[in-house]
Design a binder for this molecule. Structure first.
Ligand SMILES: Nc1nc2c(ncn2[C@@H]2O[C@H](COP(=O)(O)OP(=O)(O)OP(=O)(O)O)[C@@H](O)[C@H]2O)c(=O)[nH]1
Ligand SMILES: [Zn+2]
Length: 351
């Protein structure tokens, strides 16, 4: 898949879209030559847990905070950062993050469609796993479409994970998504033994995959099977937020176990892939999406847009894609799917 992650330099957690370009870009980097490299695994009320020296005997998680000099720059899960200060990782120590490296991808969402603010959810991920139950709760193709738009906008490859296959067949959904050529896996809780979990892990090896899904689709069940040593806490009420059972509070990066038979210390063992679990959500706001980025995920259609009117929505009478498809240059089902996806940008009841 093509990479087209947009410039993600100036992305405060809360940035007003459209203002980005007016801010001056300063590239004065403080000298922190002794800084350690780390990857942000989770963020909790301004405290960032970072993994340092991965794959070595010194591997450790250290707690850090953003240095003042970073200003309003947001630091999110998946960010690669430079750390100074106490790097021991001992209890009650706190390091400082002095730099955030350029990002290869940025997954954003707006809390809802009327929300002018966008949030960077995760940085540097390669893949977006859209977890959908086949029943209980009923699948919501429109929500899947919205997640797909977010993935394409972010330059991430989508993966459909269809859970609860004991309750309903996956065929009708798979038919809808066939023209998009999205990879998929179908799971059921009672089959998620070690062997089946390994089949799912094969889709996640060597990359970082963000898991998103509506509450109750079985995401926690799945993630716990994929990363058995971790067992995300469920059913506990958080004393601070008061949020209840089975509520995942913040994004959390989890390393997959190494593939069976991988030699300890080998590349395969050291980069087994990452799962980035995110809180279950009800909606996925898309007010920040740019159709011209989404269309880059359709390399068969994209060249057909050169004759489009300026700022074409690709769903208007003058759109050149109709002629492109009529002349046999691409499959009409692809154009239909693209238009269906782009149409989800308009908010509707129940999003
Ligand atoms: N029938 C059936 N039930 C399942 C399956 N997977 C999970 N469940 C059940 O669905 C319910 C929700 O599962 P969770 O794993 O907590 O769902 P979640 O998506 O993490 O939910 P949140 O934590 O709210 O985001 C639980 O009662 C699970 O036991 C499955 O394959 N089949
Ligand atoms: Zn067009």
């Amino acid at each position: 898949m093509r990479r087209y992650g947009k410039d993600a330099d100036e992305d405060d957690i809360r940035a007003r879209p459209g203002r980005r370009s007016s801010r001056p870009r300063t590239r004065t980097r403080p000298k922190h030559e002794d800084a350690a490299e780390g990857t942000v695994l989770t963020v909790d009320r301004g405290r960032l847990t970072c993994l340092v020296d991965p794959g070595t005997r010194q591997e450790r998680e250290i707690l850090a905070m953003k240095a003042r000099e970073l200003g309003r720059k947001g630091v999110v899960v998946g960010d690669r950062v430079a750390l100074v200060g106490d790097l021991s990782g001992e209890p009650d120590t706190l390091a400082r993050i002095v730099r955030v490296e350029d990002r290869t991808s940025v997954l954003r969402r707006t809390a809802d469609d009327d929300d002018p603010y966008e949030r960077v959810v995760v940085a540097n991920a390669d893949q977006l796993a859209i977890v959908t139950a086949l029943a209980d709760p009923e699948p919501r193709p429109r929500l899947i479409d919205r997640c797909l738009v977010a993935a394409y906008d972010a330059g991430m490859e989508p993966l459909l994970i269809l859970t609860k296959s004991d309750l309903a067949s996956a065929d009708p959904l798979l038919e809808i998504y066939a023209p998009l050529g999205i990879r998929h896996v179908v799971t059921r809780r009672d089959d998620l033994g070690e062997e089946e979990a390994e089949t799912v892990r094969q889709q996640l090896r060597d990359r970082a995959t963000v898991f998103v899904g509506h509450s109750g689709v079985g995401k926690t069940t799945l993630v716990n099977a994929l990363v058995p040593l971790h067992q995300r806490a469920t059913g506990r009420v958080n004393a601070v937020t008061g949020r209840g059972r089975h509520t995942t509070v913040s994004a959390l990066a989890l390393r997959l176990p190494p593939p069976p038979g991988a030699k300890p210390g080998s590349k395969r063992a050291l980069s087994p892939g990452w799962v980035i679990d995110t809180p279950g959500f009800r909606s996925f706001g898309l007010s920040h999406i740019d159709p011209s980025r989404v269309i880059l995920a359709f390399p068969d259609l994209e060249p057909g847009t050169v004759d489009c009117p300026r700022a074409c929505s690709h769903d208007e009478p003058d759109c050149a894609l109709d002629a492109w498809v009529e002349s046999g240059k691409a499959d009409p089902a692809r154009l239909y799917s693209l238009r269906r996806l782009l149409a989800t940008r308009e908010a509707r009841e129940g999003d």
